[in-house]
Design a protein around this ligand. Sequence first.
Ligand SMILES: C[S@@+](CC[C@H](N)C(=O)[O-])C[C@H]1O[C@@H](n2cnc3c(N)ncnc32)[C@H](O)[C@@H]1O
Length: 270
Amino acid sequence: MNTNKALWEKGDFTRLAECMRDSGEALVAELGVTSGLKVLDLGCGDGTTAVPAAKLGAEVLGVDIASNLVAAGNARAQSLSLANCRFQEGDASDLQELEDDSFDLGVSVFGAMFAPRPFDVAREFVRVTRPGGRIVMGNWIPNDPTLVAQVLKISAAYSPPPPEGFVSPMTWGVEEHVIERFGDAGVNERGISFLRDTYTFSYPGTPAELLAVFRTYYGPTMNAFEAATAAGREPDLQAELEALFNEQNTSASSDATSIPATFLRVTVAL
Ligand SMILES: C[S@@+](CC[C@H](N)C(=O)[O-])C[C@H]1O[C@@H](n2cnc3c(N)ncnc32)[C@H](O)[C@@H]1O
């Protein structure tokens, strides 16, 4: 069994993605996407960044390991009549179905960071992006005090230890690792730049209700609750996460939640 694929097919990430659409659109608006630009969205989910890029006229391919999210992306593109946006199954660690130098812009927002074998991910991303093109990644930052880094940290504390040799996805949020991985793929450090950016989770309900969405549909949180329940610690995990979601909420409305989360935006010029 491919545990990486199983993790993301387990839940339904579209339910979380619905809370992230505005930030996806805002990020894409800053990437200089023009009509006809060939864009790869790696670990695209149901197209939070792929769809806005296609709306700007780019020729977009979304690649994701989860078949349910690929199907959801294609359904979204179809319902929006975006013939220039298609989604297919693939693994960011091994993009064998894609030819060298196929894309002008590679995007991966909280996507490729979750693939195993990060050095292979960097090599494959560089291989399929043309010289003179760009890669933009959004990566959560380890130990960052904001929402997602804390959800993943708390979830990990209730989950069984990962198998030997497992490389944490959060290492993609550390500049030295990013430089090392793209350096191994032949990219000069001078072509790699970093900035701290923000994604906001917007939900039409209370923070506890947003947590319920994570608990029911987000693979890493689902697994943590399963492990915590088996260990009789489910109330502790629920309380810890509920406190986190309440603390981080910036909405003044009692029936809306707005939680900004910090990430590392990586731009690689090839
Ligand atoms: C947190 S979601 C982000 C999805 C999307 N980029 C977005 O912004 O909504 C992580 C995504 O990475 C995908 N993913 C995880 N491992 C992958 C891999 N090895 N290859 C391709 N996609 C992968 C998951 O299926 C999931 O859609």
